[in-house]
Ligand binder design. Structure first.
Ligand code: GLA
Length: 390
């Protein structure tokens, strides 16, 4: 977390960019990493993510006159928009524009503001940098006088992402970034949004995020194709099984009975989703029992399923997963997030952490000639206001 000296410096930067005067508030929203339960959220299934210590900070000050002025330090880009005429411009500020637009639609008028974004979350790495910027913005609108609940912030942020930016993601990222709790994983039923905090109860175990160094944005991947394949698989299954709300309502037994009637690709996609839900349920028991060995086993099976059945891995993700598994201190490792690039998550024995961080990056570089980035993290809390700063 940022310390008070660093905050002071950011406020100086804020003032020199936007001018002095008026009260400034500081908000934070984390990134997220998913322990298990991948590509299940848009199929009404189960996910088990944690929020991470890295995230997006936002300094905000209400202003009297338009335009809205926002600056992203990570991208070194300023953007402005007229609150009464909001259009998509295909840049980073669309996340903010979208959240502003839907907040205004829901709450009525919203004053203009100056916003200064900074943070330590790698962008386009599959750690939910977009949900993090959406949620920090939505929650920061409390400083503009709107009574934004976390539930509403999630709905508005998801709409911004789906309907304004145009990425048809599920609910996992926004929900986790909003509702996560320190030292807990968050089990979410993405159909009903029922959720439960599962204490991260594994002693002497570290979570390491390994970024392959391959960046991607969801809109440049076959994410949409997977979504429509799942819809087609559901329609095919319904012909045999009768109406179902979603793929996650199909049990393993039902699937086993009728899978041969499906075209091969659709059967592969459905099999991943249906069995991944079972793995999530088992992973919850592992966290509750404090069983890293079984949890690691489930993570490895999840990776294989994502690689072979769902086909969303990449040579770099497979290399990093394999190299991680070869390290004796690793219980399990899998790609996390949408795939096609981005990160793996490894469950590492704490006493082996140092040697993991010494040897794996080097081996990964030898295998791919890419510089990976390795982040050791703990489950962090969700989007919130930080101590008053001025
Ligand atoms: C991306 C999406 C999520 C989810 C994952 C895959 O992160 O934003 O909604 O679908 O991919 O599990």
């Amino acid at each position: 977390m940022i310390d008070s000296n660093a905050i002071e410096k950011k406020i100086v930067d804020f003032d020199s960019r936007f001018g002095r005067g008026g009260h400034v508030d500081l908000y934070f929203a984390p990134g997220r990493v998913n322990l298990i339960g991948e590509h299940t959220d848009y199929n009404g299934g189960l996910v088990l993510p944690v929020a991470i210590e890295r995230g997006t900070y936002m300094l905000i000050r209400k202003t009297e006159l338009p335009p809205v002025r926002i600056y992203s330090e990570n991208r070194d880009k300023e953007a402005r928009f007229d609150p009464s005429n909001i259009n998509r411009e295909n840049d980073w500020a669309d996340y903010v524009r979208g959240v502003y637009l839907y907040t205004k639609r829901y709450f009525g008028e919203l004053p203009p503001f100056d916003g200064y974004y900074f943070g330590d979350l790698p962008l386009g790495a599959g750690l939910s940098s977009s949900a993090s910027i959406e949620l920090v913005t939505a929650v920061a609108f409390r400083s503009l006088g709107c009574e934004m609940t976390l539930e509403r912030a999630v709905i508005i942020s998801r709409r911004a992402e789906n309907d304004f930016v145009g990425v048809p993601c599920g609910i996992m990222d926004q929900f986790t970034v909003a509702f996560a709790k320190e030292n807990c994983a968050l089990l979410i039923n993405c159909d009903t949004l029922e959720h439960k905090y599962v204490p991260f109860n594994i002693p002497d175990c570290s979570l390491v995020i390994g970024h392959t160094g391959v960046y991607r944005s969801l809109s440049d991947t076959p994410y949409n194709t997977r979504l429509s394949e799942c819809q087609s698989a559901l329609s095919e299954l319904e012909k045999k099984l009768g109406p179902k709300k979603n793929l996650s309502e199909v049990s393993v037994l039902e699937f086993e009975k009728v899978k041969y009637s499906l075209p091969e690709t659709l059967a592969m996609r459905a099999e991943h989703v249906i069995f991944e839900n079972v793995r999530v349920e088992e992973a919850v028991l592992c966290l509750e029992r404090g069983d890293p060995e079984k949890l690691g086993y489930l993570m490895n099976r999840s990776h294989e399923s994502l690689r072979d059945l769902y086909e969303v891995s990449s040579p770099e993700l497979d290399a990093l997963q394999q190299i991680s598994l070869e390290h004796p201190g690793v219980w399990g490792c899998r790609l996390t997030g949408a795939g096609f690039g981005g990160c793996v998550i490894a469950l590492v024995r704490s006493e082996a952490l140092e040697s993991y961080l010494r040897s794996v990056p080097e081996k990964y570089w030898k295998a791919t000639h890419l510089d990976g980035e390795f982040i050791v993290t703990k489950p962090e809390g969700g989007a919130r206001k930080l101590e008053a700063v001025t």
